[in-house]
Design a protein around this ligand. Structure first.
Ligand code: IPD
Ligand code: CA
Length: 264
């Protein structure tokens, strides 16, 4: 029998916190990157924080599958529970010294997220939710905003790092047109947690990975919001829209038609 969602959440929190503690203990190594690329940074602490989180998960349930950003190409064993780990979401922010990054751990059963923890230790914020327990930040309940007009909404986004060009900016332009203000903060998981907290109204990204959004997506849903995968591209990559619910149809109507336009 599978563990209960609240049991999975307790271990998700432990693993996300352990990853965060490892990074915090190594803040002096911010420039210790494995590779600094044109549109990305691969950091040694990404790898180490994933190992720290995975050790917690394996100690609790050795038979579960673990999909981690740093080892995403490795084959996954068949298991009833799949853990999804983003050791540092916002690696470029972290590398440049911004505190806006987090460690994410989600548990999925049959592809559905049932527990999620997002720990942002430099901000002092821990978000959590399970399918049997509420969305919380530092123990306090979360609720999405009531904004129902995109012209009064902040919409967060990011540029897909594989294509920081015209395709991404076509979506950015549309968001800027419909929103009160667009925002590009550099961590998809924190963007979605901000929507869950009522501090942002929507988030959309045309190319984002499962590990960026799995844990935060459940926090959002349990806070009354809506996460929808608008396109799946394979290799764990997808287009995702996360809103307070009231803005969902308007954002989708504005953004979804842009997928069908040819190259810009
Ligand atoms: C990235 C961040 C960023 C988003 C990128 C992601 P990483 O994750 O979430 O906000 O725009 O698409 O890949 O690389 O920092 O784990
Ligand atoms: Ca990420």
């Amino acid at each position: 029998m599978n563990p209960k969602p609240v049991q999975l959440l307790a271990v998700a929190l432990l693993a996300a916190r352990r990853a965060g503690e490892h990074v915090m203990a190594n803040l002096g190594r911010r420039d210790d990157a494995l590779r600094v690329e044109r549109a990305d940074v691969k950091h040694k602490l990404d790898v180490e924080a994933q190992e720290a989180a995975t050790a917690v998960l394996r100690a609790a349930w050795p038979g579960h599958a673990v999909l981690g950003e740093e080892t995403a190409d490795a084959p996954l064993p068949d298991a009833e529970v799949r853990w999804v780990v983003d050791p540092i979401d916002g690696t470029v922010n972290f590398f440049h010294g911004l505190p806006w990054w987090c460690c994410c751990v989600a548990a999925q059963i049959n592809g559905r997220t049932v527990a999620g923890a997002v720990c942002a230790p430099e901000l002092g914020l821990t978000f959590e939710a399970s399918s049997d327990s509420p969305a919380l930040c530092n123990g306090r309940p979360l609720r999405v905003s009531q904004t129902d007009d995109t012209r009064l909404a902040t919409i967060h986004s990011g540029a897909y790092k594989g294509e920081p060009g015209s395709q991404s900016f076509r979506f950015m332009q549309r968001m800027a047109e419909i929103a009160q203000r667009p925002r590009v903060m550099g961590s998809a998981a924190l963007d979605i947690c901000m929507v869950a907290s009522g501090k942002a109204d929507a988030y959309f990204e045309p190319g984002i990975y499962l590990w960026d959004i799995a844990a935060a997506g459940l926090v959002l849903e349990r806070a009354g919001g809506t996460l929808e995968v608008l396109r799946e591209f394979g290799g764990w990559r997808m287009a995702a829209l996360a809103t307070n619910g009231k803005l969902h149809a308007a954002c989708k109507d504005a953004l979804a038609p842009l997928f069908d336009r040819g190259p810009a």
